[in-house]
Design a binder for this molecule. Sequence first.
Ligand SMILES: [Ca+2]
Ligand SMILES: [Ca+2]
Length: 427
Amino acid sequence: MKKKVVSIVICFILCMGMFSLKAYAAVNLLKDSGFEENITGETTPRSYFVDASEVPAWSTSDPSNVIEIWYCPPGIGNGFTPGRPGGIEFNAHSGDWLAEINAHAPAILYQTVKAAPGALYKWGIWHMGRNGTDVMQVLLGTPTHDGSISEGTPLNPFESGAQVSSPLLSDNQDAWGPHMGYYTLPADFPESTMQFQMEAVSSNGGQTDSIQLSMGNIIDDAELYMIAEPFEKTIHVGEPEPTDEELADLINLDDEYACEIDQGTPFDGSVGRHDVTIDVKDADGNLIGTINSTFIVQSTLKVKYVDENGATLKDFPAVTYESPDVYTVTPPSGAISFNNTEYVYDKVYAGSDALTGTMDADRNVILVLKPQSSTISAAAGDAENTGAELPAAGNSNTLNYVFLCLIAGIALTSGAIRHEAHKSNMK
Ligand SMILES: [Ca+2]
Ligand SMILES: [Ca+2]
């Protein structure tokens, strides 16, 4: 019975640990996604051509800087019936307002948001035809739109970068069409911001002249979510591989998705830098994107002096490695004073790591010092304090440097030496 209680307590603690992971729900990066926050103050069902400043969240490449929005609350008789063939009453998908991509001329309707290179995004839009079947595209990427629009040509306005456009999104005037997709911003994306753009491709059954393009492609409820982002994580050698739940926490994964390390980039936990690819899957298990991230696995070199009874004489600051380098600890060649007694090196302590080896694991090097005979002691001085007895021997500059620092009892935190790149940040 007692065992059972203990098991339940342990399970509870483990479960608490599991649920303590950060819950993360992505937020829409687009402001005023449904055009409700315009400042026109209008309440009559009809269309309005307004300066973009009256729809503050949105921008347009329209030469006149005009955005077209319609006031058309849901419900029969509340909507707006454009004065064109069809006589169809339109209602907003959400709230009271919707927009047409183009006002009087072909243009791009867009927002600029902060860019997170390497991050996985989800975009979404509700779309409807006006006089027939209309076709649009969502474009994501570099904010370098040059303002030139070719009539009716599916555009990639991101001429200067490797960006993405959605498939052609096609809907008639019978119902709102929901559309969504995923996009991973390149890790080397050069800008600090990116744009979410909407473009009319054709109107009313494939017509592409500027008059037709300026009518149709009705939209509402634009969405752009960042659902996962890359990380660089430092861990210690021997720590277990992160669980999928911990990985999800590291990439700030939206709660509705799952992730795992791709089998093509297994994580073996050895000392060094490990780039891993993390597969992100939707609720149905479909791969929707990958996140490239990095684990840095560290090891630690600790050195100490003990006397013949194993009592500590000096404990040196630990040195951290981020690659499996060769280390060498050089014993003191002269006498060292502790508690008014002169000591000299005797041997490596039983159970100590060797004086030299590789940092593919934590290393603890323990040197036994024994009291020096009185005649030698008088001549040797105090090497610890003066540094006068430092040995010249060593297998490389790096190792001499490590030794010097160990003797001086200082942390390895600076210095223009090649070894520095392998050490921890020591924050
Ligand atoms: Ca709306
Ligand atoms: Ca229009």
